[in-house]
Structures are given as structure tokens and as C-alpha cells.
Design a protein around this ligand. Structure first.
Ligand code: C5P
Length: 398
């Protein structure tokens, strides 16, 4: 519920992308926001007000002269934390840039007392028209926020910039607006996913780490203003677009990539989320190992891998070092030992069953003690980790 307690006014203007505003409204409400909708007459040609009314659970404002509402543009703007216009047509952008107030939506924008986020959607030529370019520049200069537009296929058959940003991404931009930039200017280096240690060209030793927790931490760190680099083993999850991703396979490759990043980019923080294989096969066969007749067992000798977290912790190169511990027994005690042995500032300890799952129940172990967290989604836990990280960095400065 990242938007719990936030009051948002969603303006819908008349473009074919108006149907996507329904999904945006649903996502905003799901995230806990209290949303009121206002729409232009043209928008109502594309999607009926009843749809928005049902999704928001509130009457939809359309008419400047609605006898039930006294001065609707004034009452609508009251007690709002943000106004989002999606889709924002070239017309509403032009009106907002020039202070024109000739219908309910444009009048409310002019009367607003809170920040405004516009999500443009229009034909590529309209978007490129010097008048629109001028208007967008004016609005940005006035401090208006923009989410999108994106490039791609357009409803009219043209291809180019002007598509409405996907509702899920607009939601991310809205969440980012409400997230204080507690990691602004900070560089975060992370390891993520499993490692894969081959013993022949097709087989190897790995584990079930999905990279989900790391993806959630990266997204939360980016929202908090950090620059994020992820050294990742083989995963299927997608990391945030804004993260720099360095794909690796084996623990040793992960180690080399981390050392290079430490030397070249001096990150402030290291978060070891990866489930790094502790061992790798001593020998690698260039040819696929065959089953011999009568063979019942196969012995693979293993050798220890470098401990990346321990290396970074003892190097003293980062101001904050966070590690993970997936344990089956004595969670707190094992995490405390790891905090010391790896010279980390915090260990996030969770039951081993969290690996590959969408939920997590973790405790944060620091030199000050242990703090147990509620069972939550990996995204929620990620937010708490980022808040704890911001605290660690603050204490370092003092
Ligand atoms: O020792 P253990 O594997 O339980 O420690 C887990 C923590 O150490 C995780 O943060 C993991 O990313 C990190 N680790 C590492 N390199 C290893 C083993 C673990 O960075 N070889």
C-alpha cells in the first residue's frame, strides 16, 4: 500500500488511450490512494464516466456547470497531494502551458494548489509540433512533472513518440514522486540471483534463487534516488530499466565484476543479495560426462569459492555493507555470527524457504540488535531495507 493516505485527482482527457486510464485508476486505488476522477467531454466519448465511477467508488466530475457542485474546479482541487492527467492530450498541454481555463479539467489545473503530473498521449506529429515542444518546455520550467510519453506503434498507424506510458510505469512514477529521495546521489552495488558452477558443458551446480528480492531492492533504491548496478547470476526476472546490469554466471566472475566496480565506480553501498555458491567443482570436463555401464555414483570434488560479501566488508571500501542470510536453524545466532565474520553493517536474515518465493519474513541484524519484520511481499521488505540503509549511511556521516 505504497500510496496509503494519498489523495490524487486523476484527470482524463480525450484520446484513444483514455481506456488505459481505467487500469491506471485501478492500480492507484490498489496501491492505497484515494482517487477522484475528472474528465473532459471528449474523454467521455472514449470511456463512459460510469467505469471511472465504479473503479474509484466516487462520482466523476465532468461538468463545470453541474448544479450539484458549487464551483467544482475549486472543490476538486482541495486537499489533493497530486493531480495526474492521463492521457494528457496536446490540447490540455497547450491549455495548461498558457493558463487557459475553458472547461472543468483545464480550470481545475489552473486553480490547483498541488503538484501536477502530465502523461502525454498523442500522435507523433502532434508531439513533435513546435507548439507542443514549446508548451512542454514551458510546463517543465513551471515545475510540472511528466511521465512519458513512450515511443512505439500508435493507434492511428504511425510509429514514434507519443504513446501513453504503460499504467504500471505511471504508477511507479507516482510512487517515486511520493518517496523521499533518501538515497539521492548515492551509488549502490548489488549482487543478485544464483551462481552456476559448471562441471561439464551442460551441467553444473546452482540453486533456486530467482533474483526477485534483488529486483525489488534495486527498484526501491532507484525510487529513493540511488544509482544502482547489479552484478547478476542467471535469472528470469527483469530488473528496473534504470539499473545497470552486469550479467555473470560463476561466483568467480561475480567476484571479479564486483572488484572492478569497486575500483572504477566507488559505490557507497554494497548489498549482497546473491545466493552465491559456496563451492565449485575442482575439475571441468570439456566433453559432456557420459554414464558408464554399471556406474551408480558420480563423485564431484568441490573447492571453495571466494566470499564476495566478506571481501567487500573487510575492504572498508563501502560506507554501508548489507548481506543476506538464508537459514534453516538458529536464524538470529547465525546472522549475528555472519555480521562479524563478514564485517557487514547489517544482515537481513530470512528462512531458507523464502528463496524463490514472492514473500519474505525477515529480521534485520545490526550491532545494535535484532529487529523482526512482519511477513510481507519482497517489494515491501525492499522498502524497509532501503530505509534501514539510509539510516546506516546517515550514521556514517556523523
Ligand atoms: O555465508 P552465507 O552464504 O550464508 O552468507 C550469505 C551472504 O553472503 C549473502 O549476502 C551472500 O550474497 C553473501 N555471499 C557472498 N559470497 C559467497 C557466499 C555468500 O557474497 N561466496
Amino acid at each position: 500500500m505504497s500510496l496509503q493516505g494519498k489523495h490524487i485527482l486523476l484527470g482524463v482527457t480525450g484520446g484513444i488511450a483514455a481506456y488505459k486510464a481505467c487500469e491506471l485508476l485501478r492500480l492507484l486505488v490498489k496501491a492505497g490512494a484515494d482517487v477522484e476522477v475528472m474528465m473532459t467531454k471528449a474523454a467521455a466519448q472514449f470511456v463512459g464516466p460510469l467505469t471511472f465511477e465504479t473503479l474509484s467508488g466516487k462520482p466523476v466530475a465532468e461538468d463545470m456547470w453541474d448544479p450539484k457542485m458549487r464551483l467544482p474546479h475549486i472543490s476538486l482541487r482541495k486537499n489533493k497531494d497530486l493531480i495526474v492527467v492521463a492521457p494528457a492530450t496536446a490540447n490540455i498541454i497547450a491549455k495548461a502551458a498558457n493558463g487557459i481555463a475553458d472547461d472543468l479539467v483545464s480550470s481545475t489545473l489552473l486553480a490547483r494548489e498541488c503538484p501536477l503530473m502530465l502523461c502525454p498521449a498523442m500522435n507523433v506529429q502532434m508531439w513533435r509540433n513546435p507548439a507542443t515542444v514549446r508548451n512542454v518546455r514551458t510546463l517543465k520550467g513551471d515545475g510540472v512533472l511528466f511521465s512519458g510519453p513512450e515511443a512505439g506503434n500508435q493507434a492511428c498507424g504511425d510509429v514514434g513518440e507519443g504513446r501513453l506510458r504503460e499504467p504500471a510505469q505511471i504508477l511507479e512514477d507516482v510512487e517515486a514522486f511520493f518517496t523521499p529521495s533518501i538515497l539521492s546521489g548515492k551509488k549502490v552495488l548489488m549482487t543478485a540471483g544464483p551462481t552456476f558452477e559448471p562441471f561439464d558443458p551442460v551441467r553444473g551446480i546452482t540453486n533456486g534463487s530467482s533474483g526477485r528480492q534483488a529486483a525489488a531492492i534495486a527498484a526501491a533504491a532507484i525510487r529513493a534516488g540511488a544509482e544502482v548496478t547489479i552484478v547478476s547470476g542467471p535469472v528470469c526476472v527483469s530488473y528496473p530499466d534504470k539499473a545497470a546490469v552486469i550479467p555473470v554466471r560463476q561466483a568467480q566472475e561475480m567476484f571479479e565484476a564486483v572488484k572492478k566496480e569497486l575500483a572504477e565506480h566507488t559505490p557507497d553501498t554494497f548489498i549482497g543479495v546473491a545466493a552465491v555458491g559456496d563451492w565449485r567443482p575442482v575439475e571441468y570436463s570439456e566433453s559432456k560426462l557420459k554414464k558408464e555401464k554399471g556406474q551408480d555414483t558420480l563423485t564431484i570434488k568441490l573447492i571453495k569459492n571466494p566470499d564476495i560479501l566478506s571481501y567487500v566488508g573487510h575492504s572498508g571500501l563501502c560506507s554501508a555493507v548489507i548481506g543476506f542470510a538464508a537459514e534453516t536453524d538458529n536464524l538470529a545466532e547465525n546472522a549475528r555470527k555472519k555480521l562479524d565474520s563478514k564485517a557487514a553493517d547489517m544482515i537481513v536474515v530470512n528462512p531458507a524457504s523464502a528463496i524463490g518465493s514472492t514473500q519474505n519474513q525477515a529480521s534485520f541484524v545490526t550491532k545494535n540488535g535484532i529487529e523482526a519484520k512482519e511477513l510481507s511481499s519482497k517489494a515491501e521488505l525492499a522498502e524497509e531495507i532501503i530505509e534501514a540503509l539510509a539510516d546506516l549511511l546517515k550514521k556514517r556521516v556523523i
